[in-house]
Design a protein around this ligand. Structure first.
Ligand SMILES: *[C@@H]1O[C@H](CO)[C@@H](O)[C@H](O)[C@H]1NC(C)=O
Ligand SMILES: CC(=O)N[C@H]1CO[C@H](CO)[C@@H](O)[C@@H]1O
Length: 470
């Protein structure tokens, strides 16, 4: 029956492929190769013992408990999770729990001590340092049994400490070095722990930092900016910044500062403002400042040893390119060449953003011409079209569609780079409808403008290359 199913699927796939590929004579090769792979896979699957048929053979292995061969002392276990405690904390009833367990107990709405059932009059958790040290010593002593040492957990900051640091930082009468070191300490806290970041955020941090960022001595301004960009701004704050052209100009000047960190932080704030402002007029006002593009595009030329510059650079460029009226400024600043050159250096999310930016820029004639003029654009897009994510696939297909609609040279390059194989794989995959639609439009475009035998040769080559890679 399974074989019947497979041969049914096989026929269906052949029909489907034939329907898509009818115009190409060369495609018989691809169909055969693809179908052979499918067929081979299904044969492999059908000879593999399926868990449904022999449930008893596969079950025991997965149910076997992880046995370290050591007995965890009773007092080292959390009464809630029954596991070895990593961060033991004592509540007001004197009972000790692991911090994550009691945290989720309390956040589930419980107001009693799980062991004594007494009402918790105070949710303060006091770290039980003695017990933690005993547990760590025990871990070290039992290393031979595979017990790993538990790292000392970071204690959350005391709200009183955060308040006093903020007071020092914002005090005009305090000496600069004190204000600076308060800001640095706050930045460290905010960077190291999410809890501390939300604690700091709850203390009016933006209202305190915004005036320092724009009106204090230079050093203080830069340190304050570095802290400010760790927190999201409200829409009203973004709009207020966007409509203040002095502040926008100040930020765009910082983009050519000698310190890379200052440049990255000012790009980060520009991105926060552009992405966070709802009004299209205000966004266009910020994105109209020429210096911004040179600065942001330059960040994308930063060495890979400073990944934050690439990350912030692409975020900012993407936010700016969403504003249609000013997109040509990104092209004039050299964004297309940099995007193609750095595409391989981005992490997954940033690569998606980069491809989205490429697609946006391809929608204006100047952008399309600039990408078409870069010899690596098309081969690069074809190479990564299926490699990053569903969204990335959509963007790359969209960019290729724009390029190939405009330029015959791009069509030739795409075919040489093996785009047909990629597109056929794409339409068979379970990618998004949008990506499929673009792929089908691109296939149709290439089919309409290319004589059959030309495509045949180049794609045979691309196809064997694909098989070799996998
Ligand atoms: C720490 O935990 C142990 C074991 O639960 C407990 O006996 C001890 O009283 C706790 N110490 C503090 C200071 O709460
Ligand atoms: C009031 C309340 O939320 N009680 C919860 C306490 O925790 C237990 C176990 O996690 C839940 O079952 C209760 O609903």
């Amino acid at each position: 029956m399974f074989l019947c199913f497979i041969s049914y699927k096989r026929n269906q796939s052949v029909t489907y492929l034939k329907r898509i590929c009818r115009p190409f004579t060369f495609t018989t090769t691809i169909i055969n190769i693809n179908i052979n792979i499918l067929f081979l896979l299904s044969l492999l699957l059908s000879s593999y013992p399926l868990p449904l048929i022999h449930p008893l053979q596969t079950m025991p292995a997965s149910l076997e408990p992880l046995d370290l061969g050591v007995h965890i002392p009773y007092h080292f276990r959390c009464p809630i999770s029954l596991e070895l405690m990593r961060d033991p904390v004592t509540v007001c009833t004197g009972q000790t729990y692991d911090r994550p367990s009691i945290d989720s107990w309390v956040s589930a709405g419980n107001t009693t001590c799980p062991v004594t059932r007494a009402t918790l009059t105070d949710f303060t958790l006091i770290p039980n340092h003695t017990l933690r040290r005993l547990i760590q010593d025990w871990c070290v002593a039992n290393r031979a049994f595979g017990v790993e040492r538990i790292p000392t957990p970071k204690q959350p900051a005391d709200p009183a400490l955060v308040r006093s640091l903020l007071n020092q930082a914002s005090s005009d009468s305090a000496p600069i070095h004190l204000r600076l070191s308060s800001l640095r300490r706050l930045r460290q806290l905010a960077r190291d722990s999410d809890k501390d970041r939300s604690l700091i955020s709850s203390q009016n941090i933006r209202q305190i930092l915004l005036p320092i960022t724009f009106n204090a001595a230079d050093e203080l301004k830069h340190e304050s900016l570095a802290l400010l960009v760790l927190f999201p701004l409200a829409e009203s704050e973004c709009a207020a910044l966007a409509s203040d052209s002095d502040k926008v100009c100040y930020l765009s000047r910082l983009l050519s500062h000698s310190s890379l960190e200052v440049r990255v932080n000012s790009a980060a704030l520009i991105e926060i403002v552009v992405a966070g402002t709802h009004s299209p007029e205000l966004r266009a006002q910020v994105s109209d400042v020429d210096e911004i593009y040179d600065g942001v595009v330059d960040l994308l030329r930063s060495p890979i040893s400073y990944p934050r510059a690439l990350k912030i650079g692409i975020k900012a460029l993407f936010a700016l390119c969403l504003v249609k009226q000013t997109r040509h400024k990104a092209v004039a600043a050299g964004a297309p060449a940099v995007l193609v050159d750095r595409l391989a250096d981005f992490e997954k999310c940033d690569a998606e953003r980069a491809l989205a930016t490429v697609e946006l820029l391809c929608r204006i004639p100047a952008g399309c011409a600039a990408f078409a003029g870069h010899a690596l654009t098309v081969p690069m897009l074809v190479k990564i079209i299926l490699k990053i994510s569903d969204r990335a696939t959509e963007y790359a297909a969209g960019a290729l569609l724009s390029l190939c609609s405009e330029s015959e040279l791009c069509q030739r390059e795409a075919v040489t780079a093996g785009v047909l194989t990629q597109l056929l794989l794409l339409v068979q995959s379970d990618c998004t409808e949008r990506a499929k639609r673009k792929a089908q439009m691109l296939l149709k475009l290439l089919r309409d403008s290319w004589p059959q035998d030309c495509i045949g040769n180049s794609d045979d080559f691309a196809c064997s290359q694909f098989i070799g890679e996998e």
